[in-house]
Design a binder for this molecule. Structure first.
Ligand SMILES: C[C@H](O)CC(=O)SCCNC(=O)CCNC(=O)[C@H](O)C(C)(C)COP(=O)(O)OP(=O)(O)OC[C@H]1O[C@@H](n2cnc3c(N)ncnc32)[C@H](O)[C@@H]1OP(=O)(O)O
Ligand SMILES: NC(=O)c1ccc[n+]([C@@H]2O[C@H](COP(=O)([O-])OP(=O)(O)OC[C@H]3O[C@@H](n4cnc5c(N)ncnc54)[C@H](O)[C@@H]3O)[C@@H](O)[C@H]2O)c1
Length: 306
């Protein structure tokens, strides 16, 4: 029955775990996925964003993604599938006021815009109102965890959890131990990652951790290859899919990740290491972002959608 499946998903691991209640800040691409996965695995989740309209859209996206999962899992039992979606959605509430909801939370996962000052301002506010035991993590793609944590007085209870897009499908989570992160916090984050059904890898607090330090320069090299006229976008994408076994080509993946997020990442690294040719800005990427063509999420990036 659906209850037994839900019971299996919401395993006793969650009942005994240190992290039961999770606040996810940012209901965009990543925050919605993180909230979904935490809710599916039996955690109580509050999803926070800046407006009710955005949160309505986040809930719609989570429901859409759950329906894709259910279509397979409950192929011959659509009613049980509906019940499952409802149960998961019941584990998620929403709010536009982070400070008022963190009072009961064990973990705050931040997935807002990739901007150090904005992230610091958020954590500095939350640090004053969250309970002492609450662990803070950022899902940042490229910023040093220690720089974000410096806005708080809980360096030992601050770390990184870097998820991958689309969160419900991607098995990896990079767990980042910054200079101040305590072993107890790091262990709790490893346990939480496993309770989500994900595979953790341990990372140092270095630019791009593991995946993005390799993936982002690769994607930018593809844009530069295209800018030089050495291949069409379509051919470069097909080449990397059929010749290197990647599920998406670099242009498809840039559109999927978001061109604004990709630009934030590369600009930040360029500022720190302007002599590194792998971090050089791309005129084409900058132009698309200036035109509001941010990829799949806005209907157009390197390609058109819809
Ligand atoms: C920059 C950041 O800091 C870090 C990052 O996140 S970098 C980006 C990392 N992500 C990647 O590299 C993604 C690469 N792409 C992929 O792995 C795959 O293309 C993909 C899993 C996204 C989609 O798979 P693909 O076979 O191409 O397409 P599709 O047939 O639509 O989907 C495959 C399955 O995934 C499911 N799926 C895809 N997206 C989903 C979602 N958001 N929710 C639920 N299910 C989803 C589909 O239902 C489908 O299931 P089925 O095969 O059993 O029917
Ligand atoms: N897109 C990816 O593939 C990916 C993968 C891993 C990590 N990340 C990182 O995750 C974070 C979020 O990325 P995304 O792709 O989900 O972005 P997104 O633009 O889809 O969503 C960000 C959300 O945060 C909200 N927000 C902004 N400021 C806020 C605030 N002060 N309080 C509450 N909500 C606020 C926005 O309204 C928006 O809904 C970034 O740090 C990004 O680098 C992105």
């Amino acid at each position: 029955t659906v209850s037994s499946i839900t019971r299996t998903l919401c395993s006793s691991a969650v009942r005994n775990a240190a992290i039961k209640h999770v606040t996810v800040i940012g209901g965009g691409l990543m925050g919605s996925g993180i909230a979904q996965v935490a809710a599916v695995t039996g955690h109580s989740v509050v999803l926070v964003d800046t407006s009710e309209d955005i949160l309505k859209n986040s809930a719609k996206n989570i429901q859409g993604s759950l329906k894709r999962v259910v279509k397979k899992k409950f192929a011959d039992k659509p009613e049980a599938g509906e019940e499952f979606v409802q149960k998961v959605m019941n584990n998620i509430s929403t709010s536009t006021d982070a400070a008022s909801v963190v009072q009961k939370t064990d973990l705050v996962v931040e997935a807002i815009v990739e901007n150090l000052k904005v992230k610091q301002a958020l954590f500095s506010t939350l640090d004053k109102v969250a309970p002492a035991h609450t662990i803070f993590v950022s899902n940042t793609s490229s910023l040093p965890i220690a720089d974000i944590a410096s806005s708080t007085a809980r360096l030992d209870r601050f770390g990184g959890l870097h998820f991958f897009n689309p969160v419900p499908m991607m098995k990896l989570v990079e767990v980042i131990k910054a200079a101040g992160t305590s072993q107890q916090t790091f262990d709790a984050l490893l346990d939480f990652t496993k309770a989500l059904g994900k595979h953790p890898v341990s990372c140092k607090d270095t630019p791009g951790f593991i995946v993005n330090r390799l993936l982002v320069p690769y994607m930018l090299e593809a844009v530069r290859l295209y800018e030089r006229g050495h291949g069409s976008k379509e051919d470069i994408d097909v080449a990397m899919k059929l010749g290197a076994g990647y599920p998406m080509g670099p242009f498809e993946l840039l559109d999927y990740v978001g061109l604004d997020t990709s630009k934030f990442i590369i600009d930040g690294w360029y500022e720190k290491e302007p002599e590194n040719p792998l971090f050089a800005p791309s005129p084409l990427l900058n132009k698309l972002v200036a035109e509001g063509k941010l990829g799949k999420k806005t209907g157009e990036g390197f390609y058109k959608y819809k």
